[in-house]
Design a protein around this ligand. Structure first.
Ligand code: FES
Length: 349
């Protein structure tokens, strides 16, 4: 699909006091674990945000889960104001937090989700359980408190529908639970204790992590330390704790041009100039406002392109795998020119 398409809200379910599950009327092809980039003008400003799909079945209705963030224009609109019949623009579902379940062996999965990180995890979980009738899933689901726990009814329905194959452990950071181990901040030491207690399993075929950067980094390190191959520890981030380099505003942009190049998008090539300090995405967007992007933090991969010529350096990369980088893919929102050659990028990958 080229560019944005219009989606119509079919249903809004208020999941907790601060979150909503929004189902769209249209059916777009997607894979479990992928996300939608939504675009809307709010208070005179174009706002783009990515929300993970949390559809109930591999080919279920297109549904996203949204948790309100303080002063978040899009999340406030989606969790307080949106109504069935409202329309919003969206890019085609995208993202790499997904995989093909094996057909020749039983798959065991360990999933760790924090807060709204449950949304893509739920989608992966529903799919592996539906597609493989012998798949097993352990989920550790961390929230501030029980009343901020998203998708709890859907998770319990999933557990009931797949009795004996789903184990869910709830942990709370600001609420005392049955076990001290499941209360408080899940730092690296606590994660090690949870592995020792068997509540996090490192002897599985795949691990899936989604939440804030510190938790994902700690959980990933702990699982790898306990023998999981790194390529089987899949992760998706909801934020980078400010480590990503943000775009340079037009007022702050240096007048010095440090590189030039060509970008192909939707089959059309455009020339661009890169000013000192700005990303390739910012440079391309000046001549091609239709360039896809969302988080501008190196997480969502919406801005990915193939680098065909030139030298760049990525400030951070939380969205591309090593094999994708080896195939020449770059996150243009984090890419900065480092060489003298022209930069040639292809967004039609
Ligand atoms: S816009 Fe999200 S990774 Fe670049």
């Amino acid at each position: 699909m080229e560019g944005f398409t219009t989606l119509t809200v079919a249903d809004v379910e208020y999941d907790t006091d601060e979150s909503a599950l929004i189902t769209f009327a249209e059916h777009l092809p997607f894979r479990h674990g992928q996300h939608l980039v939504l675009r809307r003008e709010i208070e005179g400003e174009e706002v783009r945000r990515s929300y993970s799909l949390c559809s109930r079945a591999p080919n279920g209705a297109l549904r996203i889960g949204v948790k309100r963030v303080p002063e978040g224009l899009m999340s406030t609109w989606l969790t307080r104001e949106v109504r069935p019949g409202d329309q919003i623009e969206a890019l085609a579902p995208s993202g790499n937090f997904t995989h093909e379940p094996a057909t020749d062996s039983v798959e065991r999965h360990m999933m760790i989700a924090a807060g709204s990180g449950i949304t893509p995890i739920f989608s992966v979980m529903a799919t592996v359980l539906a597609e493989r009738h012998d798949a097993e899933v352990d989920l550790l689901y961390i929230n501030r408190a029980s009343n901020s726990t998203m998708l709890i009814d859907d998770l319990e329905d999933l557990r009931d529908a797949h009795l004996g194959r789903v184990r869910i452990t709830y942990a709370f950071t600001r609420e005392s639970g049955d076990a001290a181990l499941l209360s408080g901040r899940p730092d690296r030491n606590r994660l090690e204790e949870l592995i020792t207690a068997g509540l996090i399993r490192a002897d599985v075929d795949h691990a899936w992590l989604c939440g804030p950067l510190a938790l994902v980094e700690d959980a990933r390190a702990a699982l790898i330390h306990h023998g999981m191959p790194s390529e089987r520890v899949h992760f998706e981030l909801f934020g980078t704790d400010g480590r990503a380099k943000r775009s340079v505003t037009s007022e702050a942009r240096s007048a010095t041009v440090v590189a030039s190049g060509r970008a192909t998008l939707h089959g059309r090539e455009s020339g661009f100039e890169v000013h000192e300090g700005e990303s390739i995405l910012d440079a391309v967007r000046r001549v091609r406002p239709d360039t896809p992007f969302s988080c501008q933090a190196g997480v969502c991969s919406t801005c990915q392109a193939r680098l065909l010529c030139g030298e760049i350096e990525m400030q951070v990369n939380y969205g591309l795998t090593e094999s994708e980088i080896a195939r020449g893919l770059v996150l243009t929102c984090q890419s900065h020119a480092t060489g003298a050659d022209d930069i040639v990028v292809d967004f039609d990958v």
